[in-house]
Design a protein. Structure first.
Length: 231
């Protein structure tokens, strides 16, 4: 998915993705799909589907390439990262005038609805409110963030009311946020770059050893590169 979507390797590293998926569990993931009727007939599909590990890499690649929304993945990821940066600056500075959970719901819906047919009617209405193009969902995410920064309470309220009118999306967002809150700690779905290497680990070791004076260094245990890599 990342390769075909032209995403950098540090986006959604496998270890972080696996941890989030394991903590949510199959039951909660399927529960989140219920409001939008994603799970209909999924049991039958599971019975017919081959073991995922038995499917060739080429078959997975072809399946991903045939996904109609593939070209939206990278622009949406970039827009969501940009918007999140702006929104969190407002939040930490105390300038965010909107209830944070309302922002979470709106961002979740704006980020997910463009990728499923069930989201088309909602996105058309949101595009009208945000004065954008429903076929350019990444731009709608940026417009929503800009409305937050500018304190455009009228537009923000209309977005929230629009999502509330589409009750299945409001229900989905509630389950989505509930799942996020149930995770232990704060999920870090964006990793550091460059990826950890032996050379980078040894540079970090040297930085730690040089951080204190001679006396404080004698009190610290000697760090091994393998220890830091494991952390």
């Amino acid at each position: 998915m990342k390769e075909e979507g032209r995403l950098p390797v540090w986006i959604l590293p496998e270890q972080s993705f696996d941890k989030v998926a394991d903590e949510l569990g199959d039951w909660h993931i399927l529960e989140m799909s219920q409001p939008l009727s994603f799970a209909g007939g999924v049991e039958d599909l599971f019975e017919k589907a081959p073991n995922p590990e038995a499917v060739s890499g080429e078959a997975w690649q072809m399946a991903v390439m045939q996904w109609p929304s593939l070209l939206r993945v990278r622009p949406m990821v970039e827009a969501c990262l940009e918007a999140a940066t702006m929104i969190m600056k407002q939040f930490y500075s105390g300038q965010l005038k909107v209830e944070p959970m309302t922002v979470c719901r709106s961002m979740a819906v704006l980020g997910f609805a463009p990728f499923v047919p069930q989201g088309e009617p909602l996105m058309a209405e949101l595009a009208s409110i945000l004065k954008g193009d429903a076929n350019c969902p990444a731009e709608l995410v940026r417009r929503y963030a800009l409305a937050l920064i500018c304190g455009d309470e009228l537009t923000l309220g209309e977005v929230d009311n629009c999502i509330a009118r589409h009750s299945q999306w409001a229900e989905w967002a509630a389950l989505f946020i509930e799942g996020g809150q149930s995770l232990s700690g704060t999920p870090k779905l964006v990793a550091v770059t460059p990826p950890v290497s032996t050379e980078l680990v040894y540079v970090l070791v040297e930085m730690i050893e040089e951080a204190g004076d001679d006396e404080s260094r004698r009190d610290y245990p000697q760090y091994q590169a393998s220890d830091i890599s494991a952390q």
